[in-house]
Design a protein around this ligand. Structure first.
Ligand SMILES: Cc1cc2nc3c(=O)[nH]c(=O)nc-3n(C[C@H](O)[C@H](O)[C@H](O)COP(=O)(O)O)c2cc1C
Length: 139
């Protein structure tokens, strides 16, 4: 099975960013990502973005460079970058989840990682993966 590159980062939404702004942001993802064979998931949690981008290394690096210049967020920090055996979100050009719509059970199960998203590092990325997978299962 061909492996895939993945990159996970978090960022802070700019002041003035509103949930309405999510609509045009997601339409860019749907428009651009298929041609790059990029898949992934974007999570929004009360002013914080957490995004997993997966695809080939060049496409990821081009897209991440573009995203990092976007004035709608700042203070980007890459939490993990590496290879995985397979895509986590093979069917999503970019899945989206607003944490305010997530049920209490999933929130409680992943409270540890959700509350410390700014502190997680590569040693804890497996918890981040579990969160992505749990959120993906709710879509
Ligand atoms: C948190 C965040 C995540 C984004 N994710 C993507 C993405 O996955 N794909 C994408 O094309 N643009 C994404 N964007 C938007 C890009 O920064 C950029 O505005 C967009 O790609 C421009 O599209 P265009 O060149 O078609 O005008 C994201 C922006 C933010 C703030």
């Amino acid at each position: 099975m061909a492996s895939v590159n993945q990159l996970v980062y978090r960022s802070i939404a700019s002041s003035g960013f509103q949930s309405d702004d999510m609509v045009s942001l997601m339409s860019s993802c749907k428009k651009n990502n298929p041609a790059l064979e990029i898949t992934g998931m974007l999570v929004y949690n009360d002013g914080i973005f957490l995004q997993m981008i997966e695809g080939d290394a060049l496409s990821i690096s081009k897209l991440y460079n573009k995203i990092s210049l976007d004035p709608r967020h700042g203070d980007l920090k890459i939490l993990w970058s590496g290879r995985a055996d397979e895509r986590t979100f093979p069917h999503w050009s970019m899945a989206f989840k607003d944490m305010s719509t997530v049920c209490d059970r999933v929130l409680a199960e992943h409270a540890d990682i959700i509350n410390r998203i700014f502190e997680i590092d590569e040693y804890e990325i497996s918890k981040g993966y579990k969160l992505f997978k749990a959120l993906g299962a709710t879509l």
